[in-house]
Design a protein around this ligand. Structure first.
Ligand SMILES: C[S@@+](CC[C@H](N)C(=O)[O-])C[C@H]1O[C@@H](n2cnc3c(N)ncnc32)[C@H](O)[C@@H]1O
Ligand code: SF4
Ligand code: SF4
Length: 337
């Protein structure tokens, strides 16, 4: 049956720090339905009921949230009835070993570095993933986005990753977002397994001084050494180690700083870059799109391309830049979606 939906409504599940939701897209407006439930036992079976209801509504032309009507991920097509999970987001903790001035988690962490305390209770996802695998509910070609918090400090990360990497007859893709402060060899292993996998590291700076301002820890040299290590440890997927730069107003928002970052990436052998701006507008610049951010974003893109790097961008960020507004719903006609 042909109807408007998205791959997350059809096949997704996002384990967030405060809820389970259909998607975790930060498109400038709230675009997901939270589904508060304990991550226990076979809870995901209840989640499937919620998802089925959402799919039935899509068939009637009603998307889960008003913001979905403007989302770049919506497609109108003949969706299959496959109910296995294919888009899985793992971001159920906020703990981190640094304190970026722009972190999307700031409203939760209040700017503090949140550390796991010994024996502290925290949501454990490993038993849930085990159960989903046992029930055959994870598609063989599923894609996992792992964000957080910082994955290299998540206690159960190595066990989750080892379990996923040892599944026979399956090849999972991963988007592994890390600050690069701590080297994790399982990321290199995942990178070699599936061409879809990428390791994304937000350096946000080309010098140690700027790095300290952005990340609020003095770990620039560790990050650079670890990136080199990831690049050395992959034979064929060097272009899947991605360096990112988030433009933050009044901190790293100048052409000079962007040029320094590009020179650094060239020097260490990075092949692929991701330009970005601070877009969780509640964190740094409440709701206000600054023209300078847009101009610098375009400058950064042009420099990345001119210098022969590959580039990846977020679809919704391109919309924000084009419309010069974080609220991408206001300049688009609903009927045009
Ligand atoms: C919340 S972080 C967690 C993963 C990991 N600790 C890291 O920093 O890469 C997930 C991704 O969101 C990006 N991010 C965090 N806060 C942001 C913000 N306010 N605006 C835009 N991107 C942000 C980070 O650069 C990172 O690529
Ligand atoms: S349409 Fe967009 S916002 Fe809505 S569930 Fe899908 S990805 Fe999320
Ligand atoms: S490294 Fe990631 S989780 Fe940690 S403070 Fe920075 S953006 Fe937030």
């Amino acid at each position: 049956m042909i109807y408007k939906s998205c791959k997350y409504i059809q096949h997704g599940i996002a384990f967030r720090h405060d809820a389970v939701s259909i998607c975790n897209k930060l498109c400038g407006t709230k675009r997901y339905e939270k589904f508060n439930i304990n991550y226990e036992g076979d809870f995901y079976k209840k989640y499937i009921d919620v998802r089925n209801e959402a799919i039935e509504n899509c068939k009637k032309g009603i998307l889960p949230h008003d913001g979905c009507n403007y989302c770049p991920y919506v497609e109108e097509k003949d969706w299959d009835d496959e109910c296995k999970f294919k888009e899985i987001e793992i971001t159920h903790w906020v703990h981190c070993n640094c304190g970026c001035c722009y972190c999307a988690m700031l409203p939760v962490t209040k700017g503090k570095m949140v550390k796991f305390k010994q024996n502290s209770p925290y949501v454990k996802l490993l038993p849930v993933i085990k159960r989903m695998l046992k029930d055959g509910m994870i598609a063989d070609d599923a894609f996992f986005s792992v964000t957080g918090g910082e994955l290299t400090v998540l206690k159960e990360f190595p066990d989750i990753m080892k379990l996923l990497l040892k599944q026979k007859n399956a090849s999972y893709g991963f988007c592994l977002q890390t600050n690069g402060i701590k080297y994790e060899k399982l990321l290199s292993e995942a990178l070699e397994r599936d061409r879809r996998t990428s390791i994304v590291i937000s350096i946000d700076a080309g010098t140690r001084e700027m790095f300290k301002k952005m990340k609020r820890v003095d770990k620039f040299n560790d990050v650079i050494n670890n990136i080199k290590h990831y690049l050395r440890n992959t034979k064929t997927n060097k272009d899947r180690v991605v360096a990112k730069y988030i433009i933050v107003p009044n901190v790293n928002d100048s052409k000079e700083e962007i040029d320094k970052w590009i020179a650094l990436c060239k020097d260490i052998g990075i092949k692929t870059m991701q330009p970005s701006i601070e877009f969780c507008s509640q964190v740094v610049s409440p709701g206000i799109f600054r023209q300078k951010q847009g101009e610098l974003y375009k400058y950064m893109k042009s420099q990345i391309i001119e210098n022969g790097f590959e580039i990846i961008t977020y679809d919704f960020l391109e919309e924000i830049i084009k419309n010069e507004s974080f609220d991408i719903t206001i300049k688009r006609d609903k009927s045009a979606v």
